[in-house]
Design a protein around this ligand. Structure first.
Ligand code: IMP
Length: 437
């Protein structure tokens, strides 16, 4: 079986956790290549909802090793909280989880800085999760960061922290009126973190290469979404990592050819949490209706998500950037019962018709979506198991959506549970043995 990547093709929260969970049992490893505790992946089974932030959604499967790769950033207290929650549910985390020795650590002052920047940006704030993601990635790029392996030697870490403070961190924190950490305080924290995280720490690239050599299949799990990518998203209203499939080789230390197939996850409509342009946003009663029907509140922060219609311009952009082989359409049930459903097929900006998103956020904020209007449909009386069980208008909507995106349909999710899933005959997900039961 070939290696597969699952990435978000919108602004995050597309339902990647469910798709990874459906597929994971077929793979030997599930690897996260970017992001950190800003992610919120929900997996529902046996009537219970499980929220994961740091740990890949493969963790619930016996015989599957979950990997947090060096392209991620890790908050030790948060990952330990997540580990404890999983252990309490009987998940053998020590057997199933491995964290890269090279992963960068989110330190308390990174969270402080995230909040301080957001407060100062005022009306222009990004609306980050305030989990310290941007500042931790900044420290990494400045080459003043701390990695998981560095926690093993608290004395050396104290020196590294002293250097980082001397190289401007102290001045910055003082100027912002924020507390300056003592290197010895960080070293003391490191000792406690290492005691618990050290046994899970290894060279995850080596682990992945062993799997590649032995032809044991790997599932690559993306976090956030393509439109939040630091290079290709709606900059500066983005996260600080490469969320696209192109981020996998760098984020995990595997060759590009290891990424053999890519599935993109899209909601049947569109949501965004945090600030930034959103051309198809519905700010009135209809947006509220979608939010209630789809329970659109952030898994990580609980913030209400902004809601709107499916944007085929943005989705087609994501299909091309990621080289998507199939689309997994989620939350399809949420659209039932509407009179009409719209899809944005192009944008208009200053009298010009655009078929890809403009580079500047202030232009994206000014575009007017060009809509196609489709008839709505009623919810099927029984849980649909096949595409044929969906009303005709619903099937037509899916056909048009995939046609506009230029990507075949791989899966339709009609509810949060593993069983509430339609796998079209002959689809890529069927090839991977993805089953709804
Ligand atoms: P950060 O990743 O916390 O720096 O936040 C930057 C932007 O990405 C904000 O608009 C967040 O709301 C958004 N974001 C970060 N993680 C997620 C996610 O997992 N789902 C949806 N949006 C996210």
């Amino acid at each position: 079986m070939t290696n597969l990547a699952v990435v978000g093709a919108q602004w995050g929260d597309e339902g990647k956790g469910k798709i990874v969970d459906l597929l994971a049992h077929r793979f030997s490893l599930v690897a996260r290549f970017q992001g950190g505790p800003n992610a919120g992946h929900t997996v529902v089974f046996d009537g219970k909802s499980h929220a994961l932030h740091h740990i890949p959604s493969g963790i619930f499967h016996d015989g599957v090793v979950s990997v947090v790769g060096p392209g991620s950033v890790m908050d030790p207290d948060r990952i330990l909280g997540e580990i404890d929650g999983l252990i309490a549910q009987g998940v053998p985390v020590a057997e199933r989880l491995r964290i890269s020795s090279r992963v960068h650590v989110i330190l308390p002052h990174h969270r402080t800085l995230d909040g301080a920047y957001e407060s100062r940006l005022k009306g222009e704030a990004i609306g980050t999760t305030r989990r310290g993601i941007g500042p931790a990635y900044s420290a990494k790029m400045q080459r003043l960061g701390v990695r998981l392996a560095d926690l093993a030697d608290a004395e050396r870490l104290e020196q590294t922290m002293a250097q980082a403070l001397d190289c401007g961190l102290r001045d910055l924190l003082e100027r912002l009126g924020e507390p300056v950490p003592e290197p010895s305080e960080i070293a003391a924290l490191a000792r406690g973190w290492w005691e618990r995280l050290g046994p899970l720490c290894c060279d995850t690239s080596d682990l992945l290469h062993d799997a590649l050599d032995a032809k044991r299949p790997i599932l690559f799990e993306g976090a956030q979404g393509t439109l939040l990518d630091v290079d290709h998203g709606s900059y500066p209203f983005v996260t600080s990592s490469s969320t696209v499939a192109g981020g996998i080789p760098g984020g995990l230390g595997v060759p590009p050819r290891a990424v053999e197939r890519v599935i993109g996850v899209v909601k049947a409509y569109l949501t965004r949490v945090g600030a930034g342009p959103f051309p198809t946003e519905e700010t009135g009663a209809f947006g509220d209706q979608l939010r209630d029907a789809g329970n659109e509140y952030g898994t990580t922060t609980g913030r209400p998500r902004r809601c709107g219609f499916f944007d085929a311009v943005a989705a087609r952009y994501a299909v091309r950037l990621n080289g998507l082989d199939a689309l997994a359409v989620t939350k399809f049930d949420v659209l039932s019962g509407l009179d009409t459903v719209k899809i944005a097929v192009a944008y208009e900006l200053d009298g010009e018709r655009l078929t890809t998103p403009p580079a500047c956020a202030h232009d994206l904020a000014r575009v007017k979506p060009v809509y196609e209007v489709h008839p709505g449909w009623e919810a099927p009386s029984e849980r649909p198991r096949r595409l044929e069980d969906l009303p005709e208008s619903a099937r037509r909507y899916l056909d048009r959506l995939t046609e506009l995106c230029g990507c075949p349909l791989g899966l339709v999710s009609v509810g949060p549970d593993r069983t509430e899933t339609i796998i079209p005959r002959g689809s890529l997900l069927e090839e991977y043995g993805c089953s709804a039961t």
